[in-house]
Design a binder for this molecule. Structure first.
Ligand code: ADP
Ligand code: ZN
Ligand code: ZN
Length: 806
């Protein structure tokens, strides 16, 4: 009997907890069962804990999902006790637990992994946090009153005064100082006597000064134009109606931000709308790249600085931690941030805004592969609040939802139109479209001209007698000259970095082309004058580097490099416009957030005449002096092996064109292409989103592609080619069976090699799933997941609603 006495006493379970582990073990949907030791009797769902795992009882982190009392004792053997709670007391709110459950189920990802994603890494690590020992009056002093020294009495009096003034806790040294004691020993004596007590307080030190980021100027409140007013009225009318999705389709420069600001103001003013103790709060999601001090500054300027928190990768770890803490403690109630800010632990959330909702960077490319916008919609749904999605080029997913059921999957696609059930009709009723068709007062839409590059080639040949590719057409060259002369600024877009993306043997009979050793892609030449070799050859998928060979390894002829890249544009500009100040902005030249910031500041200050860059320059930037925008080659996106190629092309052109003409001076946009008649280019030039969307939706409907049909994709990868093929085949066979059992509503394709069949030495096979609606896809994925075939490991990746198909 002795033997059994001690052990259970220490771990006497008052309850059992379901704990989802961060390392993502895909077991029961709500995690593993652990016993709650008596010391943790006040444990709550959402708390982060350490638990033993496996035979070795290795401590690992997880989150409490549910608590059960002993009457609901789960039938699990060998229940181990929870070790301890998180040292920093990190916990998630009940709303976030519900959201995590949905994400885990919809995106096929272990629940614990979703929880881990919800917290910034800095919060989990406790970066920058310091614990201070504070002293204060003991609640009920024990024992007989003792005689106190003068200093001791002074200290006690000081502590009493401070407690009365709502400062119950003071640092030891500070308390001694305040009471006029020269050392801390009288404080210690009072602690020994039990008249004072200690308390450990955690604080995150960070030096983020949001005040410094406040926007200057623009202090006069704008007068809304008629369209903005209508949009705002619409939103205000729906603010108290519960869940609703409001797509704000406003052309570039139409003043969407002002509408967001007013809507938030309105929400904040209505403090007691729903009887909550917490002040109302709001989240604003912005793509990472558009989270510039200017964007954030507009919000900071409008709302009391202390109310706003920012969350993005430009912050240091400690700053991010400090921001998260402020939000969790309710000190900030407006959060502006990138994708993961949708997990901000706010209470009484009343409004969510997703700016540039079409941005594919809202999709996370590792598990959980969630879409920030779609999670925003779900969070709004769970909270029963409106969500505003803004874009000049709405995603077809959202446009389809708001434009109702005009588009049906045709009978040629296997998916049918009969799927428009009661449910989806109900859903579309919650979706609204608001338009801002014109630019803000004083700005006109830029005029877009299409330049046919084949034509251009001929003209050049006639003039120079030489064939060859010129990056700048005659028209673009003339426009550049004129813009420089008028002291205007230019942005040139080329969606490919490096100098040349082909390194090849000039002899076509030989046909050697330099490829990555580890990926099925060609290597890209990056010039670098600082290197003795003059440059480096790099793979854009695995970052492997090689030196540039001078001769063909097969036939020893001197190699050539061709193809476009931003470096080549930069070089050509230096040659043709030696006096112009040119800066290149791409992932190579902008290694840190601060490089990007400096470059934008310099451009704003007029220190740069021509900014050359990848899509980085196309995003949401507002520079009044940009009079010319050139698209060097609109075909780069058009030729991607992706059903969204046309949509991406339209977005890219419309967005970059939107950078021009943001002042009273008109803007000009020149788009160079070998496909001048392509509808996505033509319609982008006419700023005609509606026609483009309708055309594209018809085409997608005809073949059952998203957004009319729904898609999911599984990628199997393995360093061993056969293991990869075999695993993909097993999976596909099993899935076909599950699908047939469930009525065969999903179209399954594959296994087949991915468009890039090998990356970083991993062979890649894919299985593609298409269905008329999300339901059958979820059914199939759940069945497959329950069979244990989708264990989240490094070999299998599930992507629901994929946005990139490489
Ligand atoms: P969008 O986000 O739709 O591209 P912004 O919100 O950035 O547009 O607004 C573009 C510019 O127009 C900003 O400089 C903004 O200050 C200005 N602006 C917005 N609304 C008005 C208005 N009603 N009157 C005057 N200027 C406005
Ligand atoms: Zn590679
Ligand atoms: Zn050769």
């Amino acid at each position: 009997a002795q033997l059994f006495e001690t052990e259970p006493a220490a771990t006497k379970a008052v309850a059992y907890a379901q704990v989802a582990l961060e390392q993502g073990i895909d077991t029961a949907p709500t995690g593993l069962t652990y016993a709650v030791p008596a010391a943790l009797a006040d444990l709550k769902p959402g708390e982060r804990v350490r638990v033993p795992l496996g035979r070795g009882n290795k401590p690992t982190n997880g989150f409490v999902v549910e608590l059960h009392d002993t009457s609901a004792l789960p039938s699990v053997k060998n229940i181990k006790p929870i070790i301890e709670r998180d040292r920093h007391g990190v916990s998630l709110t009940p709303e976030l637990i519900s959201l995590a459950k949905w994400i885990a189920s919809y995106y096929c990802c272990p629940l614990g992994m979703v929880f881990a994603t919800m917290l910034p890494a800095a919060v989990k690590k406790g970066t920058g946090s310091v614990t201070r020992t504070m002293v204060g009056l003991a609640a009920a002093p024990e024992g007989r009153p003792t005689k106190l020294s003068k200093l001791q009495q002074a200290i006690l009096d000081t502590a009493t005064t401070r407690a009365a003034a709502d400062h119950p806790w003071t640092e030891i040294k500070e308390l001694a100082d305040l009471a006029g004691a020269r050392s801390v020993s009288p404080v210690k004596q009072l602690l020994d006597k039990g008249l004072l007590t200690t308390h450990r307080e955690e604080e995150v030190r960070s030096d983020l000064d949001l005040r410094a980021q406040r926007a200057v100027g623009e202090l006069d409140p704008l007068v809304l134009n008629a369209a903005q007013q209508t949009a705002l009225d619409h939103l205000i009318n729906h603010l108290d109606e519960g869940f609703g999705v409001h797509l704000l389709h406003g052309v570039t420069g139409s003043g969407k931000t002002e509408v967001y600001l007013r809507a938030i103001e309105r929400v904040m003013a209505n403090a007691h709308a729903n009887g909550s103790d917490h002040p109302p709060s709001a989240i604003v999601l912005v793509p990472e790249i558009a989270l510039t001090p200017q964007t954030v500054g507009r919000f900071l300027e409008r709302f009391e600085q202390t109310n706003v928190a920012v969350l993005h990768s430009g912050l240091t770890a400690a700053q991010r931690h400090a921001q998260w803490r402020r939000i969790r403690r309710g000190e900030a109630n407006i959060v502006i941030g990138a994708r993961s800010a949708i997990f901000a632990p706010l209470s009484n959330l009343r409004l969510i805004i997703v700016d540039e909702e079409h941005e594919s960077s809202y999709k996370q490319d590792q598990a959980p592969r969630y879409h920030g916008r779609d999670v925003a919609i779900k969070r709004a749904h769970l909270a029963g609040i409106p969500v505003v999605l803004g874009s000049a080029t709405p995603s077809l997913e959202m446009y389809y939802k708001v434009s109702g059921s005009e588009f049906r999957v045709s009978s040629s696609g296997e998916a049918t139109s009969h799927d428009t059930t009661q449910n989806s009709k109900l859903e579309t009723r919650n979706y609204h479209l608001i338009r801002l068709p014109d630019r803000a007062p004083g700005m006109k839409m830029p005029q877009v001209e299409i330049i046919d590059l084949s034509d251009e080639r001929r003209k050049r040949y006639e003039i120079t007698g030489k064939a060859g590719v010129h990056l700048l057409s005659l028209a673009l060259e003339r426009a550049l000259t004129q813009t420089l002369k008028d002291s205007g600024q230019t942005m040139l877009l080329l969606n490919r970095r490096g100098f040349a993306n082909y390194i090849a043997c000039p002899d076509q009979r030989c046909g050697w082309l330099m490829r990555c050793h580890y990926c099925d892609v060609t290597m890209v030449y990056h010039k670098d004058e600082r290197l003795p070799t003059g440059g480096v050859v790099r793979c854009h998928h695995c970052e492997a580097e090689q030196t540039l060979p001078s001769t063909c390894p097969d036939c020893k002829k001197n190699i050539t490099t061709f193809g476009l890249g931003t470096q080549r544009v930069e070089e050509e500009l230096a040659r043709k416009f030696p006096d112009a100040r040119v800066t290149r902005m791409d992932a190579d030249s902008m290694r840190h957030g601060r490089d990007y910031q400096q470059c934008l500041d310099a451009f704003r200050a007029g220190e740069i005449d021509i900014l050359v860059g990848t899509q980085m320059i196309a995003k949401g930037l507002d520079f009044p002096n940009v009079r010319l925008v050139g698209v060097i080659n609109a075909d780069t996106a058009l030729n991607l092996p992706d059903f969204r190629a046309a949509e991406r092309t339209f977005q890219l052109i419309a967005q970059v064109a939107g950078r021009a003409g943001r002042s009273d001076k008109p803007g000009r946009v020149l788009v160079q292409t070998f496909s001048p008649h392509d509808p996505s280019i033509q319609l982008a030039a006419k700023h005609d989103f509606e026609s483009f969307a309708e055309r594209e939706l018809q085409q997608r409907a005809a073949v059952g592609l998203p957004p009319i049909g729904r898609m999911a994709r599984i990628v199997v990868r393995d360093k061993d080619h056969y293991a990869c093929a075999e695993r993909a085949q097993t999976l596909a066979t099993q899935m076909q069976q599950f699908n047939a059992d469930a009525g065969g509503q999903v179209r399954l394709r594959g296994p087949m090699p991915c468009p890039i069949a090998r990356i970083a030495d991993y062979h890649r096979q894919q299985i593609e799933m298409l269905a008329a609606s999300a339901g059958p896809l979820q059914t199939l994925l759940t069945a497959t997941r329950n069979s244990g075939l989708l264990r989240a490991d490094q070999h299998v990746a599930v992507d629901v609603d994929p946005v990139a198909l490489l």
